[in-house]
Structures are given as C-alpha cells and as structure tokens.
Write a protein that binds this ligand. Structure first.
Ligand code: ADP
Length: 521
C-alpha cells in the first residue's frame, strides 16, 4: 500500500477507486479510464438505448428507461400512448438517482405524475425505469444476483465470468407492487446495505440459507425443481457479453485519451459487478453494472442496538477470494511471458456449473509446473481450478454483428485529431464528412455544419461533461445514425448503420492507399 504515493514501477497496480494516475508507464492497472463514468445509471441507460434502437430483440434484457429531467415529457407521452393502446396495462416504475448506490434515493411510482420534481431531480438527474413486477422468488422472497465479470482487455476484447456469484435477498415476503406496499423497501429492493437494517436479516455461515447466499446454491435449488439452468447460464453469458459490447465504444474513447497509442503506458483490466434480476420465467434482467463492486469478506453484526462488529462472512469469502485470486492469476505477468507455450483448456458453457471440474483443476497447474525453466513447481500447481471462465473471444462469432457502435467509435477516434481529447471539433467533423465523401448536392457542407451544431449543442446542454467543448461520442453516434437514415432510407436502422460504416471504412481505406504518408485525419 502506498498511501502517500509510489516511487517504483510495478507489474500490477491495484487501485481502490479509479484508473487515475499520470505516472504509470508500464505494467497493468486494475481500472480502466472512464469506467466509473461509463457505468453510471444515466450513461449505461443511454448506451443500452442506442443498442436497443439498433437491436431491440437482442437487448430486451434491459428495462425500458428514460432519463430525467430531459426525457420527462417523452416518458409521460410514451406511458400515455401505451395506456391508450392497452387500458389494462398497470405498470410500476422505479426512479433511481444517477450516481446513487446502495438503494440511495430510490422510490417506486405508479404514475409519471408521482415523480418528485421538486428539489432532488433538478439537482440530481435520475433514471426512471420499468419496474419488473414478477421476479423469481425463493422462499417467497425477491433476490438479485451479483456476478463478477473480469474485463481483461478492451482491444482485443477479453471477458471472463466468475462461475459463482452472490444472491442477495429481500427481508419481507414479496408482493406485486400496489399503492399500499410501494414504500416497503425490504420487500422491493434487494440491496444488502438496506436489508441488513431489517430485523429479519439472517446472517448465515451456510451458502444456501440466510439473506446472502451463493448463486450456485440457488441454481442447485432451481435445478432440483426441474429448471433449465444450462439455458439460464447461457442467457446470463449473453447478457454480460452484450452489455460489455454496449460499453466498449465509450471506454475506447476514454482509453485513447488517457493512454494514447504509440506511447509508453500501462494496460488495464477491471473486475465489474453485474447486478441481475431473474424474472419468474427465468429471464435474466440487467439492473446495473458496478465499477467498484464491494470486495469485503466481512459483514457487520449488530451486537446490541447501534453497536456493530465486523465478523467474517464465509459466503462472501468463498466467492470473492476466488475472483481476486484468479484475476491475479490471469493477469500474472509471468504467465504472459509463457503465453505462447501455455494453453488453458476450454469448456462448453454448461461446464460453468461445475466448480470442481477435474480437467480445470489439473491441467493448467500441471502443465505450468513442467514449463518452469528451473523445474521448481509453479505456484499455480497448488491452487484450485480457475473460477473465471473465458466467454469472449470464445463466443465472439455469435456476437460480432452487434459491434456496430464500436466501429462508429473507431471512426470517431480516428478524427479526434489531437491525442488526449474525447470530443470532436467542427473541423474534425467536416474532415470526417469530406474524407468519407458523404457530402453531395443534397447534403451541402453548410448542412453538415448545421447538423454538427444542432446535435452538439443539444448534447452539451444535457450537462454531462462540460470539461471539454465539442461533439462527444454519443452525439457523433446520433449524427451518424441520422446520416445513415438519410442515405439508406428503406432499410432497418441496423442495416442502414452497417451500410454507412462499410462505406466510410471503404472510402477511408481507399484514401489511405492513395496518400499513405499523410494519413486521413
Ligand atoms: P443501487 O445502485 O442504488 O443499488 P440498483 O439499480 O441496483 O441501484 O437498484 C436497487 C435495487 O432496486 C436492486 O437491487 C433491485 O432489487 C431493485 N430494482 C432496481 N431496478 C429494478 C427494476 N427495473 N425492476 C425491479 N427491481 C429493480
């Protein structure tokens, strides 16, 4: 630990909160630049919305969401429209302040007019989201799942999922929301930090009882009831990969700004906490992504009213120690050096259920022991099998068609110009249009400037990031979609966007071939 700063370069830097450190020129850091900003409730909802616009079916695991205050009129209008078309629809919504955590400031409403507009929202933006009214219950209680995901690399994309996670239980039996029970947080919110204060919270040393259990214990229970847990796992893996695909464009913009290509700098990895709710029909729903999931392996116990003591929590320990241990194993710099000769065995998705799979337990350690130059046994030989399972690039083929915004972000980054920025200036946007030959008699350069000004002004007025002026990635994506719709009128949106990307990539490649030395931007 270096509470007062660090002097020597390290192999691995383990930061408490965020990437930020200007003095790292090598090694690996356990945080990505911009991750905290990218997974905030509003930014995540925007990224998911973009993906839902492109691929509505593939991204239906994220509840319909609106951003407050700017989308309040849209929220009111859409709810009214849905009510008109289906008068029996009796929805509930959940309002969550942006940047909040641990259930802070969250409340449920039945009508858009119940949004508390005075005070908090004007100061603190929020997301209002469709409330999932029919969650899967265990012992009559609502619960959610915290799954640990390792984003090992952004380029190329490498994702691992921990084979076990935590299930966090409510402490009051669940009832579907009514005006009478809307305020009962112990019934509707699964946050540990809230439920610990309920008199009904049960600390247990066993993985399959109490208010916090392992996810594997829930799966065993579901499996014994005849549920298709293989399908559930495969749905969860899809959810995780698709969510990360939605986040990577923004992350890449931050990355090139903090760690410019071609200069000495570290690489990054990060453990993320995915909060997932299961619906009654076992469909997983993404609630949120945490950039700094709690890695505590103790819990607070109230000895007498108001007097708390930290005691070990075997359930947390079982899951979290394995996640950190195996993250370190995967990013081990020595392992990188041996990469060419080493080959970890891969498993089909169903193997994720089997935490004590002998082939996982023996092969990596055993092969490494043989590879040690001094023939001394690798420290890995004594460790349990990896709890982290690679899911990307393993399943890349199935998901690559979803990576359209990534390619739009690559165009954006190419025209950013001066390294270290995250926003595109008007000249950069004009150069993009000119180099991709997108301007013509129907779309003059004056119209290009108007498009730039209109979209940029609107995004900047939403007050997300005032540090730099110019067009942010989301604004560029909106402009790009606009151009794609103009050019390829009759196609579905994702085909319009894919066609425009191909056209731009093709024209830039041709330009690059013609003037290789001067570049394109
Ligand atoms: P926080 O960061 O404050 O924990 P979350 O988005 O995780 O905010 O929401 C807190 C809790 O509220 C979740 O753990 C879950 O129990 C419940 N919740 C959140 N969103 C929904 C939703 N759309 N439908 C049903 N329950 C939800």
């Amino acid at each position: 630990q270096f509470p007062f700063g660090r002097r020597l370069p390290c192999d691995i830097y383990w930061h408490g909160v965020s990437f930020h450190d200007n003095n790292i020129f090598s090694g690996q850091v356990n945080k990505f630049p911009g991750m905290m900003e990218t997974v905030r409730k509003i930014t995540l909802s925007r990224a998911m919305r973009t993906m839902q616009d492109l691929f509505p079916v593939e991204y239906n695991f994220y509840p319909r969401s609106w951003i407050l205050p700017e989308e309040l009129p849209l929220f009111v209008a859409e709810v009214q429209m849905m009510r008109d078309s289906n008068p029996s629809w009796k929805p509930t919504f959940i309002v969550k302040p942006d940047g909040g955590c641990q259930g802070d400031g969250i409340y449920l409403i039945k009508n858009p007019s119940d949004i508390r507009l005075t005070g908090s929202i004007q100061i603190r933006p929020a997301v209002v989201q469709e409330y999932i009214c029919k969650p899967l219950l265990v012992d009559k209680l609502k619960f959610d799942i915290r799954l640990y995901v390792l984003l090992k690399s952004l380029e190329p994309l490498e994702i691992y999922i921990a084979k076990d996670g935590l299930s966090r239980f409510c402490t009051e039996p669940y009832q579907e929301p009514t005006l009478k029970n809307l305020h009962q947080v112990f019934m509707h919110l699964t946050n540990y930090s809230l439920n610990i204060h309920s008199g009904n919270f049960i600390h247990s040393d066993s993985a399959n009882t109490g208010s916090k259990r392992t996810f594997s214990s829930i799966l065993c229970r579901l499996s014994s009831r005849g549920a298709d847990v293989k399908k559930l796992w495969s749905d969860i893996i899809s959810l995780v990969i698709k969510t990360i695909i939605a986040l990577t464009p923004e992350l890449k913009v931050y990355y090139q700004s903090d760690i410019p290509a071609g200069r000495p700098g570290p690489t990054c990895f990060q453990i993320l906490g995915f909060d997932i709710l299961l619906m009654k029909n076992l469909k997983p729903i993404l609630l949120e992504v945490n950039a700094n999931p709690s890695m505590r392996i103790e819990h607070e116990q109230e000895l007498s009213p108001g007097v708390f003591e930290n005691v070990p929590s075997p359930v947390d320990e079982e899951v979290k120690v394995a996640v950190i241990r195996d993250t370190l194993r995967l990013v081990d710099p020595q392992k990188k050096k041996r990469k060419d000769t080493q080959c970890l065995p891969s498993q089909p998705p169903s193997a994720i259920l089997c935490c004590r799979c002998p082939s996982w337990e023996q092969t990596p350690g055993a092969s490494e022991a043989r590879l040690e130059p001094d023939a001394s046994p690798s420290p890995e030989a004594a460790l349990p099998s990896l709890c982290l399972k690679q899911v990307f690039p393993k399943y890349a083929k199935q998901f690559s068609y979803l990576r359209l915004v990534d390619r739009v972000a690559a165009l954006f980054i190419r025209f950013l110009g001066v390294k270290g920025t995250t926003k595109l200036g008007p000249t950069g946007f004009r150069t993009f249009i000119r180099n991709c030959k997108l301007s013509n008699s129907n779309f003059s350069m004056a119209a290009v400037d108007i498009l730039y000004i209109d979209i940029t002004r609107r995004w900047n007025s939403m007050g997300i990031d005032h540090k730099e002026s110019g067009m942010c990635l989301q604004a560029f994506v909106e402009a790009f979609f606009c151009l794609a719709q103009k050019k390829y009128k009759s196609l579905p949106l994702h085909e319009q966007v894919a066609s425009l990307i191909e056209l731009c990539e093709c024209r830039l490649a041709a330009l690059h071939r013609a003037v290789p030395a001067s570049g394109t931007a």
